[in-house]
Design a binder for this molecule. Sequence first.
Ligand code: PRX
Length: 650
Amino acid sequence: MTVQIDHALEEIRRFRPSPEFAAQAIADERLYDAASADRLGFWADQARDLLTWQKPFTEVLDWSNPPFARWFADGELNVAVNCLDRHVEAGLGDRVAIYWEGEPGDSRAITYAELTEEVKRAANALTDLGIRTGDRVAIYLPMIPEAVVSMLAVARIGAIHSVVFGGFSADSLASRIDDAEASLVITADGGYRKGRVFPLKPVVDEALAKAEGGTVKNVLVVKRGENDIAWNEGRDLWWHDTVTTASPEHEAQAFDAENPLFILYTSGTTGKPKGILHTSGGYLTQVAFTHKNVFDLHPERDVYWCTADVGWITGHSYVVYGPLANGATQVLYEGTPDTPHPGRWWELVEKYGVTILYTAPTAIRSFMKLGRSVVHNFNLRSLRLLGSVGEPINPEAWIWYRHVIGGGSIPVVDTWWQTETGAIMISALPGITDLKPGSAQVPVPGISVDILADDGTPVEGEDGGLLVITEPWPSMLRGIWGDPERFRETYWEKFGDKYFAGDGARRDEDGDIWLLGRVDDVMNVSGHRLSTAEIESSLVAHEITAEAAVVGASDETTGQAVVAFVILKERHAHDLDPSDASEELRRHVAMQIGAIARPRQVFIVNELPKTRSGKIMRRLLRDLAEGRQVGDTTTLADTAIMDIISAQVR
Ligand code: PRX
């Protein structure tokens, strides 16, 4: 069939679940009934059914001190035991937990018994290195099994991990290490990406030279890339000398449900990334619940694959904690989708018989561009459910995903959530919901959302408004590391006890929710959050820059792209060629923050559009960057400025 091009607002297709899918579906209409009859009782039931508690809880939610929620607070559990030991004790030790595939083609199948043993060794090694409950451990690793092992070992001893995506720069790593006051960094010599080894340990060395806190005592290094690295005797330790030789016996202690589990940094509206804090019992409850019901997980027969890196929240919740808590078998892939050939992902789906695939719209759109011939060389008939996350999925990409990847009849679930929400909040439930391409659809059972106008009044019908979450939820962030005031200000100041998500949304006549993108200065590039302020301050930090403004311009493949407008300092404006200056600044941002932040374009201009009070009007720059007619300029201090800038940009 031909896939027609269409647009979200005209989208009217609906897809009923097939009777075969519905007949075997895990999710049940009664979940919605139970949650609306007794929301807290519903979550308590999920926490008891899905997890194993060493000490059962008696309280469900303590919201006596908003916005600081406590869930299941008098209960005790060990997160790693829930992801590992209990499956082994239930006789599932031989089940494969991870089919790992390295980019060069090396592979390992790791059973639950083996993963448990490795995590126990790592837990002992961390304890021997002096890591205690509540200490912070930074993890800067490629997508290798040791990344999962490290996270679970930290969790097992009640410490707190802070995973930093391997694509982030030394500066970004240093500021995260300092903010969390990490005492240990776990890294690798290097990892594989696009057919080459990219160095990690050298970046850690550079970061530790820059980190001002001096909190890091040891660096634990996995041998992966075999690249040359410097060695700091006394500080640096090889994984194979430290973890592999540690005892495989480890008795796990139970921790409070509110024991911190991890910090994950994400971009906000100011230059400084926020350390989003998640805790144990509530987080694990909601990731396990959503992983099971949204992905229709049948752990005894499914092979699940979430393509996210563990450096992002999707990797935390739907590579590590959700799937392992549910005893799933999953694929973990180290490399890029196009190495050594553009069909690599589809080759892996065929090789492992993947049944559930969870990925981002940007990936789907890049495969659409390549065309279906890349896909058709492989047998994808094992797939029975597809998921999408990270940004709105346009209906044409949704339809292509369902038809070309999914063979035309399997469910596609579009899942809306955030680093802060910890787990999926809005999504269809496969087998129950009639699917609607382009809409994330309905809150999952037990979650209450609304759409409000700026003044807090509910917005009815098709008019868009601001998405809020009206009731606390188990996997909600518990705060911003070290900054309770910023936590209050960012999410709670606007609507009191309702959580302000930062996304625009509208509800259609069926009550389905459509996400409309961020309403703040946060950009979404390939499903990754970037802050305009952070990139602007990086640009301004370069000696040639006088002033900079950054906007997120819509981009066919990546959703949004970073576009910068820069005024050079007087003395450089004359002696630098604009295209050299622009190239230099692109390189500089990639080096300072990470390659994902590299601007698609840097325009060197003489002026920036400002209001009379001196505020940069990014809306007008976005018009320019997207090649549109420039909008209303009447509030500019100098209305002629946009003509000058437009001429320079062209
Ligand atoms: O704008 C929304 C968008 O991604 C933001 C959250 O980004 P991050 O914390 O990096 O987490 C991404 C993975 C969960 C949201 O505020 N977003 C995420 N999923 C969707 C989405 N926008 C529309 N539809 C989605 N399914």
